[in-house]
Design a protein around this ligand. Sequence first.
Ligand code: TNX
Length: 548
Amino acid sequence: MHEPAILPEPRLLVRAPGATTLGPATTIACSPGAEHVASLVRALLSPATGFPLADRPSRAPRASAGASDQIADSHPLDASGCDVVLELEPSLARLGPEGYRLVVDADAVRLAAAGVAGLRNAAQTLRQLLDPAIFRRAAVRGADWAIPHVVVEDSPRFPWRGAHLDVSRHFMPAHFLYRFVDLLALHKLNVLHLHLTDDQGWRFPSAAYPRLTEVGSWRAESMRGHAREGRFDGTPHGGSYSRAELVDLVAYAGERNVTVVPEIDLPGHTQAAIAAYPFLGNLADELGVWTRWGVSEHVLNVEDAALDFCRTLLGELLDVFPGRYVHVGGDECPKSEWRASASVQRRIAALGLAGEDALQGWFTAELGAFLAGAGRSLVGWDEILEGGNLPAGATVMSWRGTSGGRTAARAGFDVVMCPEAPCYFDHYQSDDPREPLAIHGCNTLADVYAYEPVPADLESDAAGHVLGSQLQLWTEYLPEPADVEYMAFPRAAALAEVTWSGPGRDLARFTDRLGSHLARLDELGVNYRPLAGPQPWQEGGTGVRKRH
Ligand code: TNX
């Protein structure tokens, strides 16, 4: 039997002697309101065990003073099994909305929390208490499904434990997004930030503007090798999601405590949109969807028609993504076209603004007002601070170091800390020349583990505005899901511990547990970077990866 190696490390774990073994007769009992967590527990435990984990007929927490528990008495335990009990227990509100208690003893496996989010976290911990074979997809013969006796009390340090994935530079099929959500949930990461649009491809379907995907989701070719080499592959690339796929993804993720935060990047990084709808741009010439990596000079004009376009599109986005946070980008918006455009200059004058930066600030405020009217909150990259006029309630993602995050937090805005070092997971993982080609930089596993999201010099009021942290997977150099997995793992395990477990964490203890954790990722066939460094199939940065 495996000794507990829970990742991210729980706040409190006490190991007691003994173990309880799941068997074919093990049932699940739920308190009212916890029923759909039972489906998650089944989804996590039934495939590999082959056990049905059927419902017990009614609420039957097997109280330790069980003699008076009529229902429990009428359902004696099978000798080979125990019962799994899911309990909503208001007194556990002291552990916060995501906290939970998990007690495994001779009597039962009890998952308890004040809310379903906590129960779901408990279910992930329970899965990690079992042999790594629990991560298989079909029944494993002869496995030992012993669960060590433990008491776990746990809650996260930060509410925002995110992973960003760029599906624009390279389209990632929906089936990979489901797998990615599963992997996030396994690490108790709870935000999937989907970067749905950029210069090189538009992935969000719009009924009002169908050319966004008809035209904007395909580019003629992609860069081969590093962008500085200026080479192209001559192969068209594209793809987009259907509305149903995205609706389904949101629901699937929600059942796993993962909120999907969609991003439509505006007003820069919009060449794909302008290629589809030239009225959005500043020039008379027709543009194609961009084939280079970098920052396109072609940006939205911010005429009324472009604003209407943004509002209509965001309205459609809100229908698909019900969460509070909506990301409107705001990063890297070159101002050369705005400076050169007589109509943009007239607009700046008419609005009485100081210049192009202020115009972007005005634009962001318009989007913020629209989102606020729909009961949502705007999120943007730290450039949204530059135009002034940041709408109340906006959340800032600090990517160019931490100064944007500090400024925003001190001004009373919530922030998500995601500085390039160490949160950009498109950067190299070591200086080993065998590492697959990456954009630049180097963020090692140890760098990520050592990261402290709250800057030491931040006053406590401002520190309270740090919602958490997030890893970024930009995909210019990650054409396939296997490439994304290589860059994401195991660094995501480190970021999970940074954001969940907090400052008391310890690299040596993490490394100890990581061995067992990688055995889980092996069972799932995750193409993580081996701790020993890139292996022969990853050599040369050719983009050739091991396939599972
Ligand atoms: C900067 S971070 C970008 C992305 C690139 C990334 C590459 C940010 C908001 N913009 O467009 O993909 O660098 O690391």
